[in-house]
Design a protein around this ligand. Sequence first.
Ligand code: BG6
Length: 484
Amino acid sequence: AAVLNGFPENFLWGGATAANQLEGAFDQGGKGLSTADMIAFVPKDKRQGDHSMEISTERIAQILAGETDDWFPKREGVDFYHRYKEDIALFAEMGFKVFRMSINWARIFPNGDDALPNEQGLQFYDDVFDELLKYGIEPLVTLSHYETPLGLTQKYNGWASREVVGFYVKYAETVFTRYRSKVKYWLTFNEINVMLFSPYTGGGILTDHVENKLQTVFQGLHHQFVASSLATKLGHEIIPGSQIGCMLARMESYANTCNPADVRKRQQEDQMNLFFTDVHARGKYPRYMDRYFAENNIVIAREPGDDEILAANTVDFISFSYYMTLTVSAGPEGEATAGNLLGGIKNPYLKASDWGWQIDPVGLRITLNNLYDRYQKPLFIVENGLGAFDKVEADGAVHDHYRIDYLREHIKEMKEAVKDGVELMGYTAWGPIDLVSMSTSEMSKRYGFIYVDLDDTGSGTLNRSKKDSFAWYKQVISSNGEIL
Ligand code: BG6
């Protein structure tokens, strides 16, 4: 192939979101509750650890009994449900070629195991897709982005149960059929590896009453792998020409030193991250996991035919989120850092965001090269961006040069990776419009090109306005990444 000097002509530029952080209207249009609707805002000084993503069985009962005055930001999102026309018009003004969003499963099957889908929910996404297509914006749809119907958690303990595979497949079949002429690009599970860090967020699984947490988590993951393969098969059958991908929170890691003990430790961490894409892309469990399973008393229950399903339905492309890299040490040395899933130790060559996530543009080039070497499948960066505090000036402007700098440096390295020969389909910046943070439920952790007037406690007009990065990103897209 000829060496590319820049991004291919059909490169898909855009932005990425998730229904539970964006839509709001959590109890409208016939929607049922989802796991995300149970997560309350906890101020930083009261938070235990970096995030608020796990929950107990008791706490859910308390919330459902109305015994709390807490504020649940993901129930309100930023009201995309009512404002999608205005928001999509702004995305179109920036020249988006693609918009990544998720379908909130509980809008379609309110309890998860309903016999029939909810027509109002189906209609809502028809309207959203029509609005996108009106501007020539391709939807890229995640089937499951941390919004398992709560009914599945209550009745089946979520993905811990094999039965949930069937409910997911029915949901996938319903939306593939309904949107066959509107949506070509699909992702089966957002950051499937999040299950390791938060089984509730990743799989609607409560672990406070299970005996062997790791066993439950890996069994749940097996169910998701099988479900993903079955959905991939169905998608290909129902939508000719569809492209179905997996999605990983990629955690490229570095050894802290050239001490072989550090290098080996890093290799183990890396395998634990690539395990997920290994199954999705190669269609089988990698052999390095056998030892891990044996040493941790994990025995995965498989049904006859599971191995064949995984082998026959590998993904068309590999997508991932990229925010940071990790540095790994075999010993106790090094100061800990924060991250969206995992910490690691401080890398003295990198600066960090206000939330302690280490900023590493070159790491993106390394990530792209490594993933492409390993799988030789097209890649898609479906999340990248800077969560930051923004200041609104008296005239309403937001001068977010820090965000522009972050994105510019990452896009430059992405372009280098394309020149290195990596097949890259597109780039969707996380949160093109400010939305509720996944890990902390804050509004003040902003990623957008579009500012939303809403604070951590839910006060604000919800008005939208353009930050400086809006015009900048528009130019990036119109020049196909040449003007940065
Ligand atoms: C990814 C998730 O891990 O990171 C998104 O897929 C999330 O849902 C994003 O919003 C950024 O994380 P946070 O916690 O800053 O919102």
